[in-house]
Design a binder for this molecule. Structure first.
Ligand SMILES: [Zn+2]
Length: 391
C-alpha cells in the first residue's frame, strides 16, 4: 500500500461542496465532490455531543492541530475518508451554519456572523492528510489499526465502533476518560488502561452479569441509542463501593479480580471491615498461602474454601521421612501404615501401602492453625486422604 502526505489542503477546500444528511446524521461529501465522507465500512457516527463538534472548531481557532486525516484514493478524482470523518463533518457542519459556537456568556456565534479574521483563520487552516492507495482488503485491514496509531483494535474498541451511538459516547466520557478523578480509585481493583477501553469493558461485564444475557455485545446493541448510562454507572459504583467498604486495605493482588462476580455472590452478606482487615493481614503473613489473589474470595466465603489459597504442600523429603517412620512402626505393630485404615476392621486394617499409594495430610488442618512442617505431617492412603479432604 502506498501513502502520500498532503499538508497544503485547507479546511475551506475540504468543506467545499459539503453535504450533510440531517436524517441520517451523516456528512456525505466534501472537497468539491471528490470526497466521500462516510464510505460503507467506516464506523457510524452519531452527533450526540455538541461539545465534541465545538471542540473541533475551538481547536482550529486556537491554532491547535486537529490530527491526521486518512483518505483512501479510489481514483484521481475520488477519495474516501478512512479516518477523520467526525472532524470533517464538524468542520463542514459549522461552515454551513448547522451549529454555533457558544461563548462564555452563553451567546451563540454562527460561522456566517463571525468577524473576517476568524472566518479566514478557519478557512485557511491547512489540514494534514495521508492519502492511501491500495486494494480494498488492504485498506480495510489497515483501517482497523489506524485509529490508534498502528495498535490493533481490541475487543472493546471494535465493539465501540460497531455499536457507536449516544450510549457509547456517554459511557466513554465516564469510563474511558483519563481525566476522570475516580480512575485512580478504580485502578486499585481494575487492571488495564483507560484509553484502551479496559475500564469500560469491566463496567459492561459487571452490569451484564446482573442481567439474563450476560453478553456485553448484546447489552451494547440493546442500549445503543440510549442517551443515559445510569444503569451502567450505578451498578459499577455499587460494586466499587462494596469492595472498598468490605476491604479497607488496598493490596496489589486485588487488581483485576472478578469483583462483579464476587459482588453478586456476597454483597448481601454483612462483614466487619476490622475483622476482615485482620484476616487479610494474617493470611498475607502466612508462608503457606501460595495464592494471595484467593485471599479475598476466601474471606468473603467465610474462610472455608482453602483451595482458593493454594496452600503449600509438604516437601517430598518430609513425606518420605514420615512414610518410613510410619511404615516401620506399622510393621512392628502388625497394623496398616495408614493410621485411619489401622482403626478399621476390614481387610485394609493390616495393609502396608506403598509410598505412591499414599498422600501427605495435615494432622491439624491448616485452616485451624496447623503448620506445614514435619511435626504436622502424616501419610494417609489416597482414599482416606481424599475423604478427609482438608489440607
Ligand atoms: Zn487408609
Amino acid at each position: 500500500m502506498k501513502t502520500t502526505l498532503l499538508t497544503d489542503i485547507t479546511i475551506d477546500e475540504i468543506c467545499k461542496g459539503f453535504v450533510y444528511n440531517e436524517l441520517e446524521g451523516k456528512g456525505l461529501f466534501g472537497w468539491s465532490g471528490k470526497l466521500v465522507i462516510q464510505p460503507e465500512y467506516q464506523r457510524n457516527y452519531l452527533y450526540a455531543e455538541a461539545k465534541m463538534e465545538e471542540a473541533v472548531i475551538r481547536s482550529v481557532l486556537a491554532g491547535y492541530p486537529i490530527g491526521l486525516l486518512y483518505f483512501n484514493k479510489v481514483s484521481d478524482t475520488q477519495f474516501e475518508v478512512l479516518d477523520g470523518q467526525q472532524r470533517i463533518t464538524s468542520l463542514g457542519r459549522f461552515m454551513t451554519g448547522k451549529f454555533p459556537l457558544i461563548d462564555q456568556t452563553g451567546l451563540p456565534h454562527y460561522f456566517s456572523a463571525m468577524p473576517d479574521d476568524k472566518v479566514n483563520l478557519i478557512k485557511n487552516t491547512p489540514l494534514t492528510i495521508y492519502i492511501c492507495e491500495g486494494t480494498e482488503s488492504e485498506i480495510k485491514a489497515w483501517f482497523k489499526t489506524i485509529n490508534i496509531a498502528g495498535i490493533p483494535l481490541n475487543h472493546q474498541e471494535i465493539s465501540n465502533s460497531v455499536y457507536s451511538g449516544p450510549f457509547v459516547t456517554k459511557a466513554k466520557e465516564e469510563f474511558s476518560n483519563s481525566s476522570n478523578a475516580n480512575i485512580q480509585k478504580w485502578s486499585a481493583y481494575i487492571k488495564g488502561r483507560v484509553n484502551r477501553q479496559d475500564f469500560l469493558r469491566v463496567a459492561l461485564e459487571w452490569v451484564c452479569r446482573s442481567t439474563e444475557d450476560d453478553d456485553v455485545d448484546a447489552y451494547m446493541s440493546q442500549h445503543r441509542y440510549d442517551t443515559d448510562i445510569t444503569e451502567l454507572k450505578t451498578y459499577f459504583t455499587s460494586v466499587i463501593d462494596w469492595v472498598s467498604g468490605v476491604f479497607n486495605d488496598v493490596e496489589s493482588e486485588m487488581k483485576g479480580l472478578e469483583w462483579g462476580r464476587l459482588f453478586e455472590a456476597y454483597h448481601t452478606t454483612p462483614y466487619d471491615p476490622a475483622e476482615v482487615s485482620a484476616k487479610v493481614h494474617d493470611l498475607y503473613a502466612d508462608a503457606a498461602v501460595k495464592n494471595r489473589k484467593g485471599v479475598f474470595e476466601y474471606i468473603l466465603g467465610g474462610c472455608s474454601d482453602t483451595k482458593l489459597l493454594d496452600i503449600r504442600i509438604f516437601e517430598e523429603s518430609t513425606k518420605k521421612a514420615v512414610y518410613a517412620q510410619q511404615t516401620n512402626a506399622a510393621v512392628t505393630a502388625d497394623k496398616s501404615n495408614c493410621p485411619l485404615c489401622a482403626l478399621g476392621h476390614d481387610a485394609n486394617a493390616k495393609k502396608i501401602w506403598k509410598f505412591t499409594e499414599m498422600d501427605a495430610d495435615h494432622v491439624a488442618a491448616w485452616s485451624r492453625g496447623g503448620s506445614t512442617d514435619i511435626s504436622n505431617c502424616q501419610m494417609l492412603c489416597k482414599t482416606h486422604n481424599r475423604a478427609k479432604g482438608n489440607r
